[in-house]
Design a protein around this ligand. Structure first.
Ligand code: FEO
Length: 170
């Protein structure tokens, strides 16, 4: 039996991960509109990973008989003011998701739900990587983005990101 609070938080996390995918598609659309196809690709791949995260939570809940309810996905914030503003929004969003994963972990810890804690271990590590990636992107933009040639090269680099399925399989 999974604790009611842990169940509720897991259900909310499904929505947060799908929202993350939606937010990153919104970011990708911004970069498509300004003509930076590499950045758009990077966020499109990121959105696919977020969908995978959502589905991992879905599968975990289904495998453990936890009631699942899909809720409405919120509209992503409309105003994207600059390239940097988008990237910073990405980092802040990942920090928000990390806090959310940690909160589920803490609830599972309190009720000695070792199964959920073990499931979440992968996400704790993943969030560390996602925050690093988001912060690195801001550093690169700050270093090279001020000059058109540098921005072009960075966009080319980001065009090379390819989708791969998550290393966690349920
Ligand atoms: Fe699924 Fe980027 O956190």
């Amino acid at each position: 039996m999974i604790d009611a609070k842990v169940s509720k938080l897991l259900n909310e996390q499904v929505n947060k991960e799908f929202y993350s995918a939606y937010l990153y598609l919104h970011f990708a659309n911004y970069f498509t509109e300004v003509g930076l196809a590499g950045f758009a690709n990077w966020y499109t791949v990121q959105a696919m990973e977020e969908r995978d995260h959502a589905m991992l939570f879905v599968k975990y809940m289904q495998h453990n008989g936890i009631p699942l309810q899909y809720e409405a996905i919120a509209k992503p914030e409309a105003s994207l003011l600059s390239h940097r503003h988008v990237l910073l929004g990405g980092l802040q969003h990942e920090q928000f998701v990390t806090a959310s994963i940690n909160a589920i972990y803490e609830s599972a810890y309190v009720v000695r739900d070792f199964r959920t804690m073990q499931f979440l271990d992968w996400f704790v590590k993943e969030q560390g990587e996602e925050e690093t990636n988001a912060a690195d992107l801001i550093k690169k933009l700050d270093l090279f983005g001020g000059d058109p040639k540098g921005l072009y090269m960075l966009d080319q680099e980001l065009a090379g990101r390819v989708y791969g399925p998550p290393s966690l399989v349920l």
